[in-house]
Design a protein around this ligand. Structure first.
Ligand code: ZN
Length: 90
């Protein structure tokens, strides 16, 4: 078998699909508490929420994010994808 020098190519074949964000630890921009960030895919988004970033509704069947403070899980908040990305950027 011919030896192929393909080690450098590994990172070039990543799938174009963006992986789902699940249980990523972040600092909740709303409460400043350590929280978990989870993406809610549109197929699982069955309720309407108010986004704390812009005070607009997150419509049903919209991919968005939920931020769950670790100490106060009841204070979870749902954010638009764009709003949470803006809020998490320092
Ligand atoms: Zn928003």
């Amino acid at each position: 078998m011919p030896r192929r020098n393909s080690n450098r190519q590994i990172h070039k074949s990543l799938p174009p699909k963006i992986p789902k964000i699940d249980n990523e630890t972040v600092i909740d921009p709303f409460t400043n508490e350590e929280a978990t960030l989870t993406q809610i895919l549109r197929s699982s988004a069955k309720k309407q929420y108010i986004c704390p970033g812009c005070n607009q509704e997150i419509m049903v069947k919209t991919t968005h994010f939920v931020v769950v403070p670790k100490r106060y899980p009841a204070d979870r908040r749902h954010w638009h994808s764009a709003c949470i990305k803006k809020a998490l950027k320092r």
